[in-house]
Ligand binder design. Sequence first.
Ligand code: NAD
Ligand code: TYD
Length: 353
Amino acid sequence: MDRQAKVATGRFLVTGGAGFIGSNFVRYVREQFPAAQVTVLDKLTYAGNPANLEAFAGTPGYDFVRGDICDPQLMNELLARGYDWVLNFAAETHVDRSIGDPGQFVHTDVYGVYTLLEAVKTHGAGRFIQISTDEVYGEVLADASREDAPLMPRNPYAASKAGGDRLAYSYFATFGLPVVITRCSNNYGPYQYPEKLIPLFATNALEDRKLPVYGSGKNCRDWIHVNDHVRALVALLETDGVEGEVFNIGAYNEKDVLQIADRILRALDKPDSLIAHVVDRPGHDRRYAVDSTKLEQRTGWRPAVAFDDGIAETVRWYQENEAWWQPLKSGVFWEFYQKNYKFLDPGEPGPES
Ligand code: NAD
Ligand code: TYD
């Protein structure tokens, strides 16, 4: 069987599969590879949402296990089932939360990766992809990071992810585990928890709430559509001889926060007066940029979604799927929002209004 066929018919373990990128990955695999088997393992933290996966519940070749990647016994039992492709999306992911409460980030994003790697070491797997992030390079003021650039993470989320990233590599170098590490730039698309920039601004604008822009609004990210990220991961699974390597994934699509706000306001026909400049995030990285030449040369992958189309379609998705995000903008969300954005204008309508 060739490698593509092995991927298409393989057994997948997707940890963190109830979150934004993980659930988009599962959707892609279910649609493209109907003969594949998929297990999702997810703790269902505030960011994990069973609604993201409800289309697959009860379908043949799919099962869901609720649990924690930090639980060694559970990871052992799970990996003992035997998987071809293990992709670890499970993580605490929001930079602002990592500033207020770093402990859970260190626990899940470092210790959780260790626990999972130990279970892979015991039971084996065809390949283990550790989903890392471009934030491990720290802020990049000029050019774009290549995979051999120094890791200089500057916030507790990025530093914890750097720990998981290098720990995964150490299990390749020391124990020969078939590990691949990916460092993708900022994703956008459907099913993203509305604390992150694009869904927060889209849903706030739909509710006529302020869009809280940190500091100058000139901080730049390379925005990639989640489907392009998912396709890059599949392309890596389909490629031989990449074990022990790191691959950047980016879309060469730099936009600052004010440009994103402008796109969203224009798409929804809302006024600029919704923009509210608020106190800057501490340690706010001014820019991230990755060079994905290595991935392109080794797999033939290229980003396919043009930003103009991707952002328009994404804003429309939030517009048409209020039933998905409205329940999320409740208890836990507002608790964090009010703490994090306490410096908003007094005129800002609160959750009760
Ligand atoms: P997300 O916050 O939407 O989802 C994370 C998922 O992990 C949730 O379903 C959550 O319940 C689960 N989870 C958290 N802790 C867990 C634990 N201890 N055990 C099991 N499950 C747990 O995040 P996302 O945006 O989908 O990101 C997925 C991965 O991609 C993360 O590893 C993140 O660091 C990485 N990444 C994200 C981006 C981005 O722009 N969102 C960019 C590059 C890399
Ligand atoms: P975010 O979506 O949190 O991703 P990350 O910080 O991991 O890149 O933020 C993206 C950019 O948007 C970042 O420069 C911070 C900025 N931002 C705001 O200006 N206001 C906000 O309310 C949020 C959530 C982010």
